[in-house]
Design a protein around this ligand. Structure first.
Ligand SMILES: C[S@@+](CC[C@H](N)C(=O)[O-])C[C@H]1O[C@@H](n2cnc3c(N)ncnc32)[C@H](O)[C@@H]1O
Length: 212
């Protein structure tokens, strides 16, 4: 959501700060990696961290690691013996991601899987407490269908970018598979009696689902 810069500044100055490792990932991503806007960033990162701390998950699955920022935020809530599995399709990011994971206090609790989530989700552990879907918008429904049975009763699924720059309320271009993917996902979960859901109007919209 587009907020006035002054309001955004006010929100960030009244939100717990990012730790130094997260600041470093953010800086290096801006400097060295394509499409740095994909990184969750300060506010969304603190939301992911706080949600994770409330849930205190033993098992987290993330789809779409990018440079590792959101994984490290989600890991903040893990139980001492908890594990976060994160899947990234772009193997060129592997060394960048691992450099930061290895600097983190959660390095022994985070497992990076390089490959297509559509192939890897079924190999991930069952009994998930928390899932963050943040990869290819065209196939959000496919990720969801592959993982929903792995989520514990009461478990939470978060899906990013579900307002897709407000394109969800505009006429859809025939060739716009991204908007179509998001619209289909939002409608699918709205009709799915296995979950209760709401859209948090934060940044590009986060769908929050709780498995009933
Ligand atoms: C928006 S970025 C993730 C941002 C990251 N979660 C964060 O908040 O910092 C999306 C990532 O998903 C990856 N991706 C796209 N399709 C994928 C797939 N099928 N399986 C795994 N990763 C995928 C992209 O390469 C990209 O790095």
């Amino acid at each position: 959501m587009q907020l006035k810069p002054e309001i955004e500044e006010y929100i960030l100055s009244h939100t717990s700060p990012e730790n130094s490792l997260l600041k470093e990932i953010s800086r290096e991503t801006q400097a060295k990696i394509l499409m740095p806007r994909m990184l969750s960033g300060h506010l969304q990162g603190r939301i992911l961290s706080l949600i994770s701390k409330i849930i205190q998950p033993k098992s987290i699955l993330e789809i779409g690691t990018y440079t590792g920022y959101s994984a490290l935020c989600l890991a903040e809530g893990l139980q001492d013996d908890g594990i976060l599995n994160t899947i990234e399709i772009n193997d060129e990011l592997e060394n960048f991601i691992l450099k930061f994971f290895n600097k983190s206090e959660y390095k022994n609790q985070i497992k990076l899987h390089i490959g297509d989530a559509l192939n890897l989700i079924l190999q991930m552990p069952d009994e998930l407490d928390l899932v963050f879907i943040d990869a290819d918008k065209r196939v959000y429904i496919d990720y969801y269908q592959l993982l929903i049975d792995k989520v514990k009763k009461g478990g939470i699924i978060l899906a990013d970018n579900v307002l897709w720059g407000e394109k969800v309320i505009e006429p859809v271009q025939n060739n716009d598979e991204y908007t179509k993917g998001i619209l289909a996902f939002n409608q699918y979960v709205q009709n799915d009696s296995r979950v209760e859901n709401l859209i948090l109007p934060i940044r590009d919209g986060i769908m929050m689902l709780r498995k009933i």
